[in-house]
Design a protein around this ligand. Sequence first.
Ligand code: ADP
Length: 186
Amino acid sequence: MGPPGAGKGTQARFIAEHFGVPAISTGDIFRANVSEGTELGLEAKRFMDAGEYVPDEVTNLMVRNRIDEDDAAKGFLLDGYPRTLAQVEELDGMIAYTGHRLDGVVCLTVDQDEIVSRLLQRAQVEGRADDTEDVIRRRQEVYLEQTEPLTEVYKQRGIVVEVDGMGDVDDVTRRVFEALDGLAES
Ligand code: ADP
């Protein structure tokens, strides 16, 4: 977890590779659907372009189908999900059904100003439609309102590790693994 631009996608790939599980990114799946012009993509695009969350029913169904695929049987890393309290409950239900367990929640903490400049830079490299200054600001508001409260829920379950997401990518990755080792030992 972490605000837009915290580096979730980058770290998700390293963590997933390390544990030999798929990284499941809701943002990536939505973007793939947008570029393929699927019905799901058309539905999601209006929300994404405005910096709003895609409705829970749409997102939940998509994740439910994805974690049911064979490559997720032995575990998976979620990137960008859950993002609302309703999604937290839904995920609990899904994994109760599939027999998985939530081992840990990595929260990347970052400096707000640094984030905006990272995202504007990414806009130039990747050309994401939602990386304009207004939309970035809206995404940050939505994160603070709807997603940040979730960290409390997971903290109460004792599965949160907070990791400083500032600095070199490699340093952040190292901190993530150290923090996860600490969680496994506790
Ligand atoms: P960010 O860099 O903002 O964290 P993502 O690539 O993870 O971006 O997500 C991009 C957009 O996809 C979000 O702004 C939102 O519209 C949609 N999205 C991704 N995950 C979810 C989710 N769990 N629930 C609702 N909408 C989502």
